[in-house]
Design a protein around this ligand. Structure first.
Ligand code: NAP
Length: 267
């Protein structure tokens, strides 16, 4: 069977890296997108190739329209089609500032990278996926075209999509927007058999949480999450693999919490 292709944004480090390497182990071609850290992305490519799959590192700032177009064009040039888009790239605010004093510059930056980037990248990729689905239906007839391969779009949001942290409102608002984005594209793409999913990680051990490690160590030990441990990139990767392998064929617009039970209310 021909290898399928995944484009994973921000996959040189952290959660994206875990996802890219897991897809490589499952035999996927992987495009390892990064913003600045070329060495980290090159290392991920080496690891994927060592597992027997193909991978290419591609620099692109997902907040730039030109870069998004180039990323999609280069992916298609390398691998012909995109079967899975994982919107993972994201940033935290440079400083955690109170809601009453946080500035517009940080807001614009967070919205551009964390919401506008994935929104319009999804639009670009969805068009390509739709064209590929139409092409297969034309060749094989409706039923076969659907079952040949079910493309999917996965967006990594956060527990911040519904948890109010007044010291990083910009981050929370952007993540909440990703939740609606998932619903919108799920409805729009359902007829084409394209599944759209949101994965909501909790507290995951990466560079992003490095600066608040001690704070979260204490909160986790104190029972913030029913499962009292840090999440790891591999925990998020497993949820992506379940989608990539087609294990959720009658679900779309679904939210998958990968948060050690953080979202549960307790009494
Ligand atoms: P991370 O360790 O800081 O890694 C971020 C990755 O995104 C890097 O590969 C980085 O590229 C890339 N990136 C940043 N800005 C980019 C841009 N404009 N264009 C393209 N790529 C860009 O972060 P992480 O913890 O793995 O987070 C990954 C995603 O999970 C984010 O969306 C984050 O909001 C979300 N999340 C994280 C946690 C957590 O606890 N860590 C929890 C919930 C949700 P470079 O390597 O080139 O800098």
């Amino acid at each position: 069977m021909q290898a399928r292709t995944a484009l994973v944004t921000g996959s040189g480090r952290g959660i994206g890296r875990g996802i890219a390497e897991a897809l490589g182990r499952e035999g996927w071609n992987v495009v390892v997108n990064y913003a600045r850290d070329a060495a980290a992305a090159a290392e991920v490519v080496r690891i994927i190739e060592a597992s027997g799959s193909k991978a290419i590192a591609m620099q692109a700032d997902i907040s730039s329209g030109d870069d998004r177009r180039r990323l999609v064009d280069q992916t298609l040039a390398a691998f012909s089609q995109i079967d899975l888009l994982v919107n993972n790239a994201g940033i935290a605010p440079a400083v955690r500032a109170d809601l009453l004093s946080a500035d517009e510059e940080s807001f614009d930056r967070l919205i551009n990278v964390n919401l506008k980037g994935p929104y319009f990248l999804t639009q670009l990729v969805a068009r390509e996926m739709l064209a590929a689905v139409e092409g297969r239906r034309g060749q094989a007839g409706d039923g076969e075209g659907r079952s040949a391969s079910r493309p999917a779009i996965v967006t990594i949001s956060s527990i911040s999509a519904y948890t109010a942290s007044p010291n990083r409102g910009d981050y929370c608002v952007a993540k909440a927007g990703l939740s609606m984005m998932t619903k919108l594209f799920a409805v729009r793409l359902a007829d084409a058999g394209i599944g759209v999913y949101e994965i909501r990680p909790g507290i995951i051990q990466t560079d992003m949480t490095g600066g608040v490690k001690e704070k979260y160590d204490a909160l986790i030990a104190g029972g913030l999450t029913p499962l009292r441990r840090w999440g790891m990139p591999e925990d998020v990767a497993r949820a992506v693999i379940a989608i990539a392998c087609g294990l959720l064929p009658f679900s779309t617009g679904e939210v998958i919490n990968v948060d050690g039970g953080f979202h549960l209310r307790q009494l």
